[in-house]
Design a protein around this ligand. Structure first.
Ligand code: GBH
Length: 464
């Protein structure tokens, strides 16, 4: 049953509305590209909850026209997708796949014809297997291979791409893929995973200069962020929460925005990276905006004497970590078990503005969304409605946020959770590939029409 809800407050006229997806999660057509670390990872038993792979996923490569029509009819102005590196360069470097590039060429044309701005992300975790076998992101060379790949993509579609994203969530890719081993490539290096973070940042910086050389003038990066709440006021809990905050929030934004690592990270990397200061100059090359993927806050306390691995929100955490995540009680949860705390988005945006002040680039929310089952997804409507109001409060407080992208257009391959977690505004029946817009799709469509209706409501907060 639909509930009556007040319309959203008015956002600025030029606010960019969009939806997000990523290549490995929707494309399928795995036989038409080179293998990635995710193909290798999901082939192993026990890595994905329901034992599935993304070989077919949403079959988007064959159905992109239908998917673009869904985006157009939704009424958003932009579509954030990712380019699969192994679809463009099956061996990661060297020979280019014309077939792969053609696909993105056609997708971009289709979007332009539909009046939707294409916003490609160059890396959303699907490292070519050949690059992994040569050392992957533990190797500095990968940063250079990534920049070369960026140049190949830009040469083909750059004439029609108004806005670029280099990396998606280097923090999650480092933590889940290389420190804890819950995602591909499945390494469990704990703090020895730090070079992976550095090489992604270096790859970002090198890619920015490759894109600029090709004429791009609107480039950002998408990072996951969320407030970290200490479990209590005790010094040990606060210290553990600070460390977690460094790893999730500051390890990437500090070097990108102010050109230096938080002290604990600089100490470790300084001993390993020959010219850290030189690299930081590359990493902090100016970007045009900074993207935030927001899902939920995290509560963290001092490590407990846990002799064995512990389960937390679907993650198996090894023993011996210097912090321990704690449940956040008192809020509704998504079907993933993540707490729904819209105010935490306002808190996060204000905290970023306070921390970086004048150096903070304009922001975009590049992902926000939730997993729930069913077509009549009232919980998703209330999640999105709550977070958009929270975002609007940050705008009113003068934080410069230029757009908002829902994760995700379609239900898709949710990494280690397989197909069981559904994040889409559009339902996908994987047996038939039938797409069915959910209640949330209709809600967002109506809200966007109201946003764009001439003269209705106030014009939104002035840009501060
Ligand atoms: C994003 O990452 C990805 O970019 C995208 O590919 C993915 O499909 C989407 O989000 C949904 O997962 O255990 O309560 O502390 C998500 C980043 C990191 C957000 C882990 C939730 C754990 C919540 N996520 N975090 S909790």
């Amino acid at each position: 049953m639909a509930t009556t809800r007040a319309p959203l407050p008015r956002f600025p006229r030029d606010f960019l509305w969009g939806v997000s997806t990523s290549a490995h999660q929707i494309e399928g057509a795995a036989d038409q590209r080179g293998p990635s670390v995710w193909d290798a990872f999901t082939a192993l038993a026990g890595t994905v909850k329901d034992g599935t792979t993304a070989a077919v996923a949403c079959d988007h490569v064959h159905r992109y026209r239908d998917d673009v029509a869904l985006i157009r009819d939704l009424g958003v102005g932009a579509y954030r997708f990712s380019v699969s590196w192994p679809r463009v360069l099956p061996h990661g470097t060297g020979a280019v796949s014309e077939r792969g590039l053609d696909f993105y060429d056609r997708l971009v044309d289709e979007l332009c014809a539909a009046g939707v701005r294409p916003v490609p992300t160059l890396f959303h975790w699907d490292t070519p297997l050949a690059v992994e076998e040569a050392g992957g992101w533990l190797s500095r060379d990968t940063a250079h291979r990534f920049a070369e790949y960026a140049a190949v993509v830009a040469a083909r579609i750059g004439d029609r791409v108004p806005k670029w994203i280099t990396l998606n969530e280097p923090a999650e890719h480092t933590l889940l893929g290389h420190a804890l081993g819950q995602h591909a490539p499945g390494r469990q290096l704990l703090f020895d995973a730090l070079p992976v973070a550095h090489h992604q940042l270096l790859g970002h910086g090198l890619a920015v200069s490759a894109l600029r050389a090709g004429g791009a003038d609107d480039i950002g990066v998408a990072n996951s962020h969320g407030p970290t709440w200490p479990a209590s006021d005790d010094a040990a809990d606060r210290e553990a929460a600070d460390l977690y905050d460094v790893l999730l929030n500051r390890m990437f934004s500090d070097p990108l925005i102010v050109g230096r690592y938080p002290e604990v990270i600089a100490e470790i990397l300084g001993a390993e990276v020959p010219d850290l200061d030189g690299d930081l100059k590359v990493i902090s090359a100016p970007i045009d905006w900074y993207g935030i993927n927001f899902y939920q806050p995290t509560k963290v306390g001092a490590p407990r004497a846990e002799p064995t691995p512990t389960e937390f929100s679907g993650l198996t955490l090894p023993s011996g970590l210097p912090f321990s995540p704690r449940p956040i009680d008192g809020y509704p949860t998504t079907s993933f078990g993540w707490p729904v705390v819209p105010d935490a988005l306002t808190e996060l945006l204000l905290a970023l503005r306070d921390r970086y002040a004048d150096r903070l680039p304009p922001l975009l929310i590049t992902e926000n969304g939730c997993s729930y089952d069913g077509l009549d997804d009232q919980e998703r409507i209330s999640y999105l409605d709550g977070h958009l109001r929270a975002l609007h409060r940050a705008l009113e407080a003068g934080v410069d946020v230029r757009g908002y992208f829902v994760w995700s257009l379609l239900d898709n391959f949710e990494w280690a959770a397989g197909y069981a977690q559904r994040f889409g505004l559009v339902h996908v029946d994987y047996a038939t590939q039938r797409r069915t817009p959910k209640a949330s799709y209709g809600w967002l469509r109506r809200e966007l029409l109201a946003q764009h209706a001439p003269g209705a409501g106030d014009p939104g907060p002035a840009r501060g």
